[in-house]
Ligand binder design. Structure first.
Ligand code: NAD
Ligand code: MG
Length: 400
């Protein structure tokens, strides 16, 4: 008889979000192999409680300390033995502690950096969806994983695709990688049309169902810019060996070109459960609930170059990456503040790249040797961007 397989203990951070839901869906398909042992969310106590009833984790964490009593009482009333925790320190301690061997880092934004770093330092298998932590502090996260032996498996679909394609030979054989982009809901639009875009239009992504922040990032193409920086850290390639190609069908997720002229691509339906199943099962392949790809039914695959005039965020991300140091942290923080203001109807769509460009110009790149330097750059960029937003003539008007 073969020994019982190791039961993977998974912490799902950002459990109430879109990636969290996909992760829990895959985990629940494999009760003999894995379970959700820790669930964490930002501030939605009711949604977290519902997930605890369904998945019966050992620990539940609400990042917002004001949610602690409601979480503790709700768990007790539901008759669960799940232990309640609150705050960032508890989140980081659980990500690093013995309650899990695998961490799904699916918190949105720079808020995910602390727990991503904690898991990387503690040597966990790290299923990394939180791309902002790599944009903000990629060198530190990768160095922490390297010294602890943490195994990072990317969850971003393009990076999961590269991860899978790279398994065919040694990294020295790679000439370049190409990330695909759907082009978002406004592909082909010019700046005049983009000026009037509303938050509802921007979050209605044509191919992927995602949280509001990444949906807006996809509409501005900032998402692809963040992903180029993410790929640079994950795969150790310079910017001139990372390409971007618009592919509206979102079936080819990335390509890896080798020095011998061979190109490998990874294809699949646009459903994040595939990437999560790769991370949870690796090196084995496990069922994700996603159907196979029927290319005859899909019809055609199109590819085009991105329009950097209409969508300057991709260019700005490239410039921040080239400047290095604190510049990517400034880019990311200004973008988070601008996207949040756009979603609240306080600024227009084209104000997002304008604010990011402003922040990069006002806060020139400085060396980023420490976490403190990066967090200070993040804070400076947020302060500056908020001030600019408050000073804008239409800020504070009714939501679009
Ligand atoms: P989402 O908005 O649907 O969910 C975000 C989650 O983070 C929620 O559970 C929320 O409670 C939690 N959260 C927010 N602020 C927090 C805080 N301060 N502390 C602790 N938890 C907090 O977002 P999403 O679409 O699931 O994206 C999550 C991450 O995955 C992002 O970094 C995104 O770029 C990345 N990603 C998402 C997709 C996708 O298909 N949704 C694809 C690739 C990468
Ligand atoms: Mg992606």
């Amino acid at each position: 008889m073969s020994p019982a397989p190791h039961l993977r203990q998974v912490a799902v951070l950002g459990a109430t979000g879109s990636i969290g839901a996909s992760a829990l869906d895959v985990i629940a398909r494999h009760p003999q192999r894995m379970r959700a042992s820790v669930l964490a969310a930002g501030c939605k106590v009711d949604a977290l409680l519902r997930l605890c009833v369904e998945h019966r984790p050992d620990h539940a964490v609400i990042a917002d300390p004001a949610g602690y009593a409601a979480l503790r009482d709700g768990l007790r009333e539901a008759g669960l033995t799940t232990v309640a925790h609150a705050g960032d320190a508890a989140l980081e301690a659980l990500a690093a502690g013995p309650a899990c061997d695998t961490v799904v880092a699916a918190i949105v934004g720079a808020a995910g950096l602390g727990s991503t770093l904690a898991a990387a330092r503690a040597g966990k298998r790290l299923l990394l969806a939180n791309k902002e932590s790599l944009v903000l502090a990629g060198e530190l996260v990768i160095a922490a994983a390297r010294s602890s032996g943490a195994e990072i498996v990317p969850i971003d679909s393009e990076h999961s695709a590269v991860f899978q394609c790279l398994r065919s030979c040694r990294a020295e054989g790679v000439r370049r990688i190409v990330l695909t982009a759907s082009g978002g809901p406004f592909r082909g639009w010019d700046r005049a049309r983009l000026a009037a875009v509303t938050p509802a239009q921007a979050v209605a992504h044509p191919k992927w169902s995602m949280g509001p922040k990444i949906s807006v990032d996809s509409a501005t193409l900032m998402n692809k810019g963040l992903e180029v920086i993410e790929a640079h850290h994950l795969f150790g390639l310079p910017a001139d060996r990372i390409g971007v190609m618009v592919h509206p069908q979102s079936l080819v997720h990335a390509l890896v070109e080798y020095v011998d002229g061979s190109t490998l691509a990874q294809l699949g339906l646009p459903d994040m459960r595939t990437a999560l199943a790769v991370g949870l099962g690796w090196p084995e392949r496990v069922d994700s609930g996603v159907a196979g790809l029927d290319l005859l039914a899909q019809g055609r695959l199109d590819f085009e170059a991105p329009d950097l005039d209409a969508f300057p965020c991709l260019r700005l991300a490239g410039e921040a990456m080239a400047a290095g140091g604190t510049a990517p942290a400034v880019l990311n923080a200004a973008n988070e503040e601008a996207v949040s203001a756009f979603l609240q109807g306080r600024i227009g769509f084209l104000d997002i790249p304008a604010l990011v460009e402003d922040a990069l110009a006002a806060l020139p790149a400085a060396p980023a040797g420490s976490l403190q330097a990066l967090l200070a750059a993040d804070a400076d960029a947020r302060r500056l961007t908020r001030q600019r937003i408050d000073a804008m003539p239409h800020a504070g008007t009714t939501p679009a």
